[in-house]
Design a protein around this ligand. Structure first.
Ligand SMILES: *Cc1c(COP(=O)(O)O)cnc(C)c1O
Length: 216
């Protein structure tokens, strides 16, 4: 696969879903990929990237952002409270907000800085014990709390359980978002982004299908 192949498939999926081609944001997930592969995708014009670790992003993106203008970075992996400051300094969006303590840290940082990345609440739609994300029945309360603290909550994110049909999880996330008046839906990865687009994804997070398998 390549970036061009994925953008073609994304456009076709948007058309099939009756959505405007180009309306879904493709986040190229560059975690663990070599700098050479990341530069190749930048050279093809991609500007929205996802990383799942703050430290890894800090190590590589400042230099790349000097070399390429207009890069937007999305944090898609779990965020520890002690990395919140580094995260808000580095990222344009955070897709992994999932607990009150983190929300409170983000609110303090937003007050102090006068700005905050776009925030997505990660929902553990499969209620898997090992997985990050707020449980579906606790999502409404967390969203309310974020709004009370004037945080820019723009949508929801999920990672469906492996080896199960993702469609019911995408549909559940979409209905949770609608119920809360949220427009953003960060859902769909290499193996299931077309299904996610059919069910309303506004942001898809695609790694291996663009860059090739992750090494190491
Ligand atoms: C790694 C990762 C992706 C991309 O996964 P691929 O299957 O390589 O497309 C998407 N979302 C999250 C949260 C990830 O950690």
């Amino acid at each position: 696969m390549s970036l061009a192949a994925i953008t073609d498939r994304l456009k076709a999926a948007e058309r099939r879903a009756g959505r405007t081609p180009g309306s879904v944001t493709l986040i190229a997930v560059s975690k663990v990929q070599t700098e050479e592969r990341v530069r190749a995708v930048l050279d093809q014009g991609q500007r929205v990237f996802g990383e799942n670790r703050v430290q890894e992003a800090q190590g590589r993106w400042p230099a790349l952002q000097d070399a390429y203008s207009g890069v937007s970075l999305h944090l898609i992996g779990p965020l520890q409270t002690n990395k919140a400051r580094a995260a808000v300094e580095m990222f344009d969006a955070i897709h992994s907000v999932d607990r009150l303590k983190l929300v409170q840290s983000l609110a303090r940082l937003a007050d102090e800085r006068g700005t905050c990345p776009d925030l997505f609440v990660q929902v553990n739609t499969g209620a898997e014990p090992q997985k990050a994300g707020v449980l579906p029945d606790q999502a409404d309360a967390l969203i309310r709390e974020m709004r009370a603290l004037s945080l820019p909550v723009v949508g929801l994110m999920c990672i469906p359980p492996a080896n199960l049909d993702p469609a019911p999880h995408f549909a559940a996330l979409a209905s949770l978002a609608a119920r809360n008046g949220l427009e953003g839906l960060s859902m769909g990865m290499s193996d299931d982004f077309e299904c996610a687009v059919a069910l309303g994804a506004t942001h898809i997070r695609v790694g291996s299908a663009i860059f090739g398998a992750r090494v190491g």
